[in-house]
Write a protein that binds this ligand. Structure first.
Ligand code: UD1
Length: 430
């Protein structure tokens, strides 16, 4: 099992290129099976979640050709199987996007039921409600969601909660339904907009993505396209908070600053200087960090996927901060790991009360999930001494070359798989 071994204490300084958005790419990849013509997708991040979804697609007969590390050419004319089995769903929940995509195109799909995960239970009632509203018969049998329809018909659908997943799944099915669908209380995340743009580039008729009312006029079929995925807002935000926690000076390049507004606003409240230009944002943290409060919300609110990173940084800020998690029920597990590094954080229900300390001390910790794993790396970079982060498998689900990019900013971090390698790193950097 690989680990990150980190010698902390260096401010991160320099420029880092941000890759394509994992969550947008997952939706776009799934949607690419909705045409029999050839689709080319660019700016895909080379991360585990993406590669697993590609395997799941290949398994049902989709041809996927990787022309370079970040580009694929997809042709789904040869799909033979409408069943996505548990092996893939277990590895990556977002394989369930194939439900909406296949249901839209073939009027039938069967996908293993996604379970809970490390950040809490994750129901799919709104996905099912949306498919049923479009006229599909949806049942759960043998651990699978089976959706089928004679035909799909556009409807007015109100989402009871703001959900990225259900908005995306229903939008895909509705793109090939007959007539007009209106999704009310839709998620407004940048990846929802990116998927709508992608589908429109294939001939769909989707308006209003990015607002809470999405209007879809169904079309008969979709056609070929070439598309480039938007930059990853969360990867960018992670480096921005790493700059703050290490008192560094980091410019994230190839980003859309508008997507980073809630992150930028909080960094300014913490006392950082943030400078934006066309497609770059520079974060300079020279003085002491100050406390603030934050509540995670659907976009354009502060993202839940940045909650561990901001909590980790606030633990190094003067005074008392409060972080409220309002999207997922169990997203503070990593706090026990931060406590091993000296953090003073009390979790009550969905709230963390943080009393700032002046410095973390290195410890042996393990990543409980993807974003928390990245946050623990930030803690290690800011800590005195050596930190070993176990279970970096999680981090690699969503960050391409995380250690390489951090080294480019002056961090002392390496991957290790044995105690010997850890000791070697200690000697080398000591
Ligand atoms: C997506 C992101 C994830 C991010 C999350 C919130 C992907 C692949 N993943 O996850 O990184 O943390 O958005 O921004 O894009 N809910 C229901 N019923 C449903 C669906 C969701 O009650 O049918 C609830 C969930 O339990 C949660 C909230 O709605 O409390 C938001 O979930 P949702 O936006 O659907 O998250 P995901 O799409 O799973």
């Amino acid at each position: 099992m690989e680990q990150y071994v980190i010698r902390g204490g260096n401010p991160l300084v320099g420029e880092v290129d941000i890759g394509g958005a994992k969550n947008a790419a997952l939706a776009i990849l799934a949607a690419s099976v909705m045409t029999d013509e050839t689709v080319r997708i660019d700016n895909l991040p080379d991360v585990r979640d993406i590669n697993v979804l590609i395997q799941a697609m290949e398994e049902i007969g989709v041809s996927v050709q990787r022309t370079d590390r970040h580009t694929v050419i997809i042709n789904a004319a040869g799909i033979q199987d409408l069943l996505v089995d548990n092996e893939y769903i277990k590895k990556i929940r977002a394989s369930y996007y194939l439900l909406g995509a296949l249901l839209g195109k073939y009027k039938r799909a069967e996908v293993a039921l996604p379970g809970g995960c490390n950040i809490g239970s994750r129901p799919i009632d709104q996905h099912i409600k949306g498919f049923r509203a479009l006229g599909a018969n949806v049942r759960i049998a043998h651990g699978r969601v089976i959706a089928e329809a004679e035909k799909l018909t556009g409807r007015h659908i109100y989402m009871d909660v703001v959900t990225v997943g259900a908005t995306i799944n229903v939008m895909m099915a509705a793109a090939l339904a007959e007539g007009r669908t209106i999704i009310e209380n839709a998620a407004k995340e940048p990846h929802v907009v990116d998927l709508a743009n992608f589908l429109n580039s294939m001939g769909a008729n989707i308006k209003g993505a990015g607002t809470d009312v999405i209007r879809i006029r169904g079309v008969e079929k979709l056609h070929k396209t070439e598309y480039s995925v938007i930059p990853d807002q969360i990867e960018a935000g992670t480096f921005m908070f790493a700059a703050a926690a290490t008192k560094g000076d980091v410019t994230v390049r190839n980003v859309i600053p508008k997507h980073l507004e809630s992150i930028t606003a909080k960094l300014i409240e913490l006392g950082c200087e943030v400078r934006e230009s066309d497609d770059e944002v520079r974060v300079v943290a020279s003085g002491p960090l100050t406390h603030t409060h934050v509540k995670t919300l659907a976009y354009p609110g502060f993202p839940t996927d940045m909650q561990p990173q901001i909590t980790t940084t606030l633990a190094l800020s003067e005074g008392t901060s409060i972080v409220t998690e309002s999207i997922f029920e169990n997203r503070f597990k990593y706090v026990d790991e931060l406590a091993k590094m000296g953090a003073n954080i009390k979790v009550e229900g969905n709230t963390a009360i943080i009393d700032g300390i002046s410095r973390y001390t290195g410890a042996r910790i393990s990543a409980p999930d993807l974003r928390a794993g990245a946050a623990l790396v930030i803690a290690g970079l800011a800590a005195e001494g050596i930190t070993v982060v176990d279970d970096i498998y999680y981090v690699e689900r969503g960050y391409e070359d995380f250690d390489v990019k951090l080294r480019g900013l002056g961090a002392m971090i390496e991957k290790a798989s044995t105690e010997k390698e850890i000791q070697k790193f200690q000697l080398k950097t000591g």
